[in-house]
Design a binder for this molecule. Structure first.
Ligand code: HEM
Length: 429
């Protein structure tokens, strides 16, 4: 799985090695314990330096020596060209990035996210009705019929996307989540059109939403914020938010395969926000960060890095660094107060702007899902579940679940008697 860079003890890993794709936690964990730096290779991609330990990752993600550049945007090879053009203004380090982030920050504070709890609950409950109506043969795919539409429905409300356009955004969110570049490209023009229409609509009739706020800033600010920038910003936020769907599926799977932790959550012994924090650490969605590029020659943890070399943090390895988290492979809702936060939302100038919103959204979704279905269980054997072959993210293809307990011996065998406490990585239990 790992070999060593000749002449050094830096491990070399193939990003698309089936063992790495199957269980990135174990593969990158082994590299982390061998050396703080790894060399990541993939066909057709420039070799990247990777930091696998928590403190080193935090320092790199926050260091001006490592910058987002145009090259950082190629991280998702399925990204349509029209999307790349928009990402440039928002993501590349510099004044534009700082200004746009400052403008949208008020809509994404923890306090604002908490104020959205009630409308989110209404959206979650409607989607749970839909989920129930989709059950076929006793099972339903919660990823397709609950988790994927959820962030888009919530974000459309927050942004001020007109109701008529929401199905379009849902299908876009699904295409992004599934990671099919062709489908992204097909839906992209409609989505950009919808954003432009929403901007015009809010200009004519402002409301209590993010697009109206941005239009107000634009009017107060002369020509500093262009319609193109607003469109790009809205689109980026929507794309980034759709990742919440995949994390939610990871979280539900983790709970359904950890009966003791699930029971502690159901009994109220573990408060939901604490569980969400540990789930974020344990089954984080992004395997590696977006690459940064060294702005000058530098020595990093004893390894010479050349100006322009790409450097990433392996977030899943940092989140399970035993130097920071005791018994790190264990899903443990009782970690002591003061345990550092995970790097699931990264760190530094590009730290996920939607982190507070994602936390509340996952909290509400899990609370309502578990509350409504006391017998919720996996609808297939865990070994049958498939992951999307994407070295950047840890995503399920689908997550079939059963909502109610059928009186069937097979169900009892699978979910009642056979479920074992999983102490290892997600692929181990
Ligand atoms: C559990 C769900 C989510 C996860 C795991 C996640 C993870 C991340 C990570 C790791 C980054 C930084 C990437 C890097 O620097 O290499 C990021 C950036 C970002 N996220 Fe999230 N995210 C989630 C939900 C959301 C939501 C709900 C929104 C919007 C409401 C959002 C909007 C963004 C934006 C706009 C950025 C770019 C920030 C910048 O470059 O300044 N994310 N996210």
């Amino acid at each position: 799985m790992t070999v060593t860079v000749p002449g050094s003890d830096v491990p070399r890993m193939l990003l698309v090695d089936p063992a790495v794709l199957r269980d990135p936690f174990t593969a990158y964990g082994a590299a982390r314990e061998q050396h703080p730096v790894a060399r990541l290779l993939a066909p057709g991609v420039r070799p990247m330096w990777a930091l696998t330990r928590y403190q080193d990752s935090r320092a790199m993600l926050n260091s001006p020596q490592f910058q987002f550049t145009v090259d950082s945007l190629t991280i998702r090879p399925d990204m349509p060209d029209s999307g790349l053009a928009y990402l440039e203004s928002m993501l590349i380090d510099g004044d534009v990035h700082r200004r746009l982030r400052r403008l949208v920050a008020p809509a994404f504070t923890p306090r604002h996210a908490d104020r959205l709890r009630e409308p989110m609950t209404a959206i979650v409950d409607t989607l749970l009705d839909e989920l129930e109506s989709r059950v076929a043969g006793g099972r339903v795919d919660m990823l397709e019929h609950f988790a994927r539409p959820l962030p888009m429905d919530v974000l459309c409300g927050l942004m001020g996307i007109p109701d008529d356009d929401r199905p379009l955004w849902r299908s876009y969110g699904a295409a992004v989540s599934v990671g099919e570049g062709d489908r992204w490209s097909e839906v992209m023009p409609g989505v950009l059109d919808s954003t432009r229409r929403a901007i015009e609509g809010r200009r004519a009739e402002p409301g209590d939403d993010l697009i109206s706020d941005l239009v107000r800033v634009q009017e107060a600010d002369g020509d500093r914020l262009s319609d193109t920038e607003i469109t790009g910003l809205i689109w980026l936020i929507m794309v980034a938010a759709s990742t919440t769907a995949d994390f939610l599926a990871n979280a539900v799977l983790a709970l359904l395969t950890h009966p003791a932790q699930l029971a502690s959550l159901r009994s109220g012994a573990t408060p939901m926000p604490r569980a969400v924090e540990e789930l974020l650490r344990w089954c984080s969605l992004n395997v590696i960060s977006i690459p940064r590029y060294a702005s000058a020659d530098v020595e990093l943890l004893g390894v010479p890095i050349r100006a322009g070399d790409p450097v990433v943090s392996v977030l899943v390895a940092a989140n399970r660094d035993p130097r920071v988290f005791a018994d790190p492979d264990r899903l443990d809702f009782d970690r002591p107060p003061g345990t550092p936060g995970s790097l699931t939302f990264a760190h530094g100038p590009h730290i996920c702007i939607g982190a507070a919103l994602a936390r509340v959204l996952v909290d509400v979704a899990l609370t309502r899902l578990l509350g409504r279905f006391p017998d919720l269980a996996l609808g297939v054997d865990q070994q049958e579940l498939r992951r999307i072959k994407d070295p950047g993210t840890w995503r399920l293809e689908s997550l079939p679940i059963t909502l109610r307990r059928p009186e069937s011996p097979l169900w009892i065998l699978r979910n009642g008697l056979e479920t074992q406490e999983n102490q290892g990585g997600p692929s181990k239990g």
